[in-house]
Ligand binder design. Structure first.
Ligand SMILES: *Cc1c(COP(=O)(O)O)cnc(C)c1O
Length: 218
Protein backbone atom coordinates (compact mmCIF):
# COMPACT_ATOMS: atom_id res chain seq x y z
CA UNK A 1 0.00 0.00 0.00
CA UNK A 2 1.08 3.58 -0.58
CA UNK A 3 1.88 6.01 2.23
CA UNK A 4 -1.40 7.86 1.56
CA UNK A 5 -3.36 4.61 1.75
CA UNK A 6 -1.64 3.69 4.99
CA UNK A 7 -2.57 7.04 6.54
CA UNK A 8 -6.19 6.56 5.51
CA UNK A 9 -6.19 3.02 6.89
CA UNK A 10 -5.00 4.26 10.28
CA UNK A 11 -7.51 7.09 10.30
CA UNK A 12 -10.32 4.61 9.79
CA UNK A 13 -8.94 2.12 12.26
CA UNK A 14 -8.01 4.37 15.19
CA UNK A 15 -10.62 5.64 17.66
CA UNK A 16 -11.27 9.36 17.29
CA UNK A 17 -9.63 10.32 20.57
CA UNK A 18 -6.33 8.64 19.64
CA UNK A 19 -3.63 10.79 18.04
CA UNK A 20 -1.58 9.21 15.28
CA UNK A 21 2.02 10.42 15.24
CA UNK A 22 3.65 9.39 11.96
CA UNK A 23 7.28 8.59 12.76
CA UNK A 24 9.20 9.78 9.71
CA UNK A 25 12.82 9.46 10.88
CA UNK A 26 15.30 8.71 8.06
CA UNK A 27 12.55 9.23 5.45
CA UNK A 28 12.82 11.92 2.73
CA UNK A 29 10.55 14.98 2.81
CA UNK A 30 8.63 13.71 -0.27
CA UNK A 31 7.37 10.83 1.88
CA UNK A 32 6.24 13.22 4.60
CA UNK A 33 4.48 15.39 2.02
CA UNK A 34 2.57 12.41 0.69
CA UNK A 35 1.33 11.70 4.22
CA UNK A 36 0.60 15.42 4.72
CA UNK A 37 -1.48 15.55 1.56
CA UNK A 38 -3.44 12.55 2.84
CA UNK A 39 -4.33 14.68 5.88
CA UNK A 40 -1.62 13.73 8.36
CA UNK A 41 -0.44 16.62 10.57
CA UNK A 42 1.48 15.03 13.47
CA UNK A 43 4.99 13.86 12.60
CA UNK A 44 7.67 12.43 14.87
CA UNK A 45 11.44 12.36 14.55
CA UNK A 46 14.22 11.12 16.81
CA UNK A 47 17.04 13.48 15.81
CA UNK A 48 16.76 17.22 16.40
CA UNK A 49 18.87 18.24 13.42
CA UNK A 50 16.92 16.09 10.96
CA UNK A 51 13.61 17.31 12.39
CA UNK A 52 14.70 20.95 12.09
CA UNK A 53 15.71 20.52 8.45
CA UNK A 54 12.32 18.99 7.69
CA UNK A 55 10.49 21.70 9.66
CA UNK A 56 12.23 24.36 7.56
CA UNK A 57 11.21 22.70 4.32
CA UNK A 58 7.65 21.54 5.03
CA UNK A 59 4.27 23.26 5.63
CA UNK A 60 4.12 25.22 8.86
CA UNK A 61 0.91 23.70 10.20
CA UNK A 62 2.70 20.40 10.87
CA UNK A 63 2.97 19.46 14.54
CA UNK A 64 6.47 18.16 15.27
CA UNK A 65 7.03 15.52 17.94
CA UNK A 66 10.51 14.75 19.26
CA UNK A 67 10.37 11.07 20.25
CA UNK A 68 14.09 10.36 20.66
CA UNK A 69 16.50 10.91 23.51
CA UNK A 70 17.24 14.64 23.86
CA UNK A 71 20.66 16.13 24.48
CA UNK A 72 20.38 19.31 26.48
CA UNK A 73 22.71 21.32 24.23
CA UNK A 74 20.42 20.73 21.25
CA UNK A 75 17.12 21.82 22.80
CA UNK A 76 17.61 25.35 21.45
CA UNK A 77 17.29 24.19 17.84
CA UNK A 78 13.77 22.83 18.27
CA UNK A 79 12.51 25.24 20.93
CA UNK A 80 11.00 27.68 18.41
CA UNK A 81 8.63 25.14 16.90
CA UNK A 82 8.47 21.73 18.61
CA UNK A 83 4.96 20.64 19.55
CA UNK A 84 5.61 17.80 22.02
CA UNK A 85 8.79 16.29 23.50
CA UNK A 86 8.06 12.65 24.39
CA UNK A 87 11.17 11.30 26.09
CA UNK A 88 11.98 13.68 28.93
CA UNK A 89 13.88 11.85 31.66
CA UNK A 90 15.30 14.44 34.06
CA UNK A 91 14.63 17.69 35.86
CA UNK A 92 17.81 19.08 34.30
CA UNK A 93 16.35 18.55 30.84
CA UNK A 94 13.06 20.15 31.86
CA UNK A 95 14.99 23.18 33.13
CA UNK A 96 16.77 23.51 29.81
CA UNK A 97 13.52 23.16 27.82
CA UNK A 98 11.93 25.78 30.09
CA UNK A 99 14.82 28.18 29.51
CA UNK A 100 14.68 27.84 25.73
CA UNK A 101 10.88 28.06 25.68
CA UNK A 102 11.12 31.29 27.67
CA UNK A 103 13.59 32.73 25.15
CA UNK A 104 11.08 31.96 22.42
CA UNK A 105 8.22 33.41 24.45
CA UNK A 106 6.25 30.19 24.38
CA UNK A 107 5.39 27.16 26.46
CA UNK A 108 6.54 23.67 25.45
CA UNK A 109 4.58 20.50 26.17
CA UNK A 110 6.51 17.45 27.39
CA UNK A 111 5.95 13.84 28.39
CA UNK A 112 7.99 11.93 30.94
CA UNK A 113 9.39 8.66 29.63
CA UNK A 114 8.76 5.88 32.12
CA UNK A 115 10.88 2.74 31.94
CA UNK A 116 8.45 -0.16 31.60
CA UNK A 117 10.43 -2.71 29.60
CA UNK A 118 11.94 -5.73 31.25
CA UNK A 119 15.01 -5.57 29.02
CA UNK A 120 17.94 -3.35 29.94
CA UNK A 121 16.85 -0.22 28.12
CA UNK A 122 18.97 2.86 28.30
CA UNK A 123 16.26 5.44 28.70
CA UNK A 124 13.34 6.28 30.91
CA UNK A 125 12.86 6.85 34.62
CA UNK A 126 10.99 5.03 37.35
CA UNK A 127 7.56 6.03 38.60
CA UNK A 128 9.18 7.22 41.82
CA UNK A 129 11.66 9.42 39.98
CA UNK A 130 8.83 10.91 37.93
CA UNK A 131 6.90 11.77 41.09
CA UNK A 132 10.00 13.32 42.64
CA UNK A 133 10.37 15.59 39.63
CA UNK A 134 6.72 16.61 39.56
CA UNK A 135 6.61 17.26 43.31
CA UNK A 136 9.79 19.34 43.42
CA UNK A 137 9.69 23.08 44.06
CA UNK A 138 12.05 23.58 41.15
CA UNK A 139 9.63 21.92 38.74
CA UNK A 140 6.74 23.98 40.05
CA UNK A 141 8.71 27.16 39.33
CA UNK A 142 9.10 26.33 35.62
CA UNK A 143 6.48 28.45 33.88
CA UNK A 144 7.29 27.67 30.26
CA UNK A 145 6.76 23.93 30.19
CA UNK A 146 3.86 21.63 30.82
CA UNK A 147 4.14 17.91 31.52
CA UNK A 148 1.12 16.65 29.63
CA UNK A 149 1.52 12.95 30.23
CA UNK A 150 3.65 9.84 30.02
CA UNK A 151 5.43 7.86 27.32
CA UNK A 152 6.67 4.29 27.38
CA UNK A 153 8.17 1.60 25.19
CA UNK A 154 7.45 -2.06 25.81
CA UNK A 155 10.00 -4.86 25.63
CA UNK A 156 10.86 -5.84 22.06
CA UNK A 157 9.44 -9.37 22.14
CA UNK A 158 6.92 -11.67 20.43
CA UNK A 159 5.46 -12.46 23.84
CA UNK A 160 2.23 -10.46 23.68
CA UNK A 161 1.33 -11.12 27.30
CA UNK A 162 4.61 -9.50 28.36
CA UNK A 163 3.91 -6.42 26.22
CA UNK A 164 0.34 -6.23 27.51
CA UNK A 165 1.52 -6.43 31.09
CA UNK A 166 3.93 -3.54 30.57
CA UNK A 167 1.40 -1.31 28.80
CA UNK A 168 -1.27 -2.00 31.41
CA UNK A 169 1.22 -1.12 34.11
CA UNK A 170 1.93 2.23 32.46
CA UNK A 171 -1.79 2.88 32.07
CA UNK A 172 -2.32 2.37 35.79
CA UNK A 173 0.58 4.72 36.60
CA UNK A 174 -0.95 7.27 34.21
CA UNK A 175 -4.38 7.00 35.87
CA UNK A 176 -2.71 7.49 39.24
CA UNK A 177 -0.75 10.53 38.09
CA UNK A 178 -3.80 12.09 36.48
CA UNK A 179 -5.45 12.36 39.87
CA UNK A 180 -2.57 14.39 41.29
CA UNK A 181 -1.24 16.34 38.31
CA UNK A 182 -3.93 18.25 36.48
CA UNK A 183 -2.11 18.85 33.19
CA UNK A 184 -1.87 15.14 32.38
CA UNK A 185 -3.98 13.82 29.52
CA UNK A 186 -1.61 12.14 27.05
CA UNK A 187 -0.50 8.51 27.23
CA UNK A 188 1.97 7.87 24.38
CA UNK A 189 2.44 4.16 23.86
CA UNK A 190 2.37 1.79 20.89
CA UNK A 191 4.48 1.46 17.72
CA UNK A 192 4.00 -0.48 14.45
CA UNK A 193 4.49 -3.87 16.09
CA UNK A 194 2.47 -3.38 19.26
CA UNK A 195 -0.03 -0.51 18.81
CA UNK A 196 -3.07 -2.79 18.95
CA UNK A 197 -2.07 -4.05 22.38
CA UNK A 198 -1.33 -0.46 23.40
CA UNK A 199 -4.80 0.69 22.33
CA UNK A 200 -6.42 -2.17 24.23
CA UNK A 201 -4.43 -1.05 27.25
CA UNK A 202 -5.64 2.56 27.07
CA UNK A 203 -3.13 4.45 24.93
CA UNK A 204 -4.35 7.70 23.37
CA UNK A 205 -1.28 8.47 21.25
CA UNK A 206 0.45 5.94 18.99
CA UNK A 207 3.80 6.41 17.26
CA UNK A 208 3.80 4.56 13.94
CA UNK A 209 6.83 4.52 11.64
CA UNK A 210 7.57 1.51 9.45
CA UNK A 211 3.93 0.46 9.08
CA UNK A 212 3.24 3.80 7.34
CA UNK A 213 6.48 4.63 5.56
CA UNK A 214 7.97 1.16 5.02
CA UNK A 215 11.01 -0.42 6.62
CA UNK A 216 13.91 1.84 7.47
CA UNK A 217 17.27 0.94 5.98
CA UNK A 218 19.22 2.26 8.91
C1 LIG B 1 11.24 4.72 15.58
C2 LIG B 1 10.35 4.94 16.74
C3 LIG B 1 8.98 4.60 16.66
C4 LIG B 1 8.34 3.96 15.44
O1 LIG B 1 8.78 2.65 15.29
P1 LIG B 1 8.11 1.67 14.22
O2 LIG B 1 8.37 0.33 14.77
O3 LIG B 1 8.79 1.93 12.93
O4 LIG B 1 6.66 1.99 14.17
C5 LIG B 1 8.18 4.88 17.76
N1 LIG B 1 8.69 5.43 18.88
C6 LIG B 1 9.98 5.76 18.99
C7 LIG B 1 10.48 6.37 20.26
C8 LIG B 1 10.85 5.53 17.93
O5 LIG B 1 12.16 5.85 18.06
Amino acid sequence: MSIAENIKKYRTELPEDVTLVAISKTKPTEDLLEAYEAGQRHFGENKIQEMTEKWEELPKDIKWHMVGHVQRNKVKYMAPYVSLIHAVDSLKLLKEINKEADKNERSIDCLLQIKIAEEESKYGISTEEAREILDSDKFKSLNHIKVKGLMGMATFTDDESQVKKEFEHLKSVFDDFKETYSDMNILSMGMSGDYKIALDSGSNMVRIGSDIFGERNY
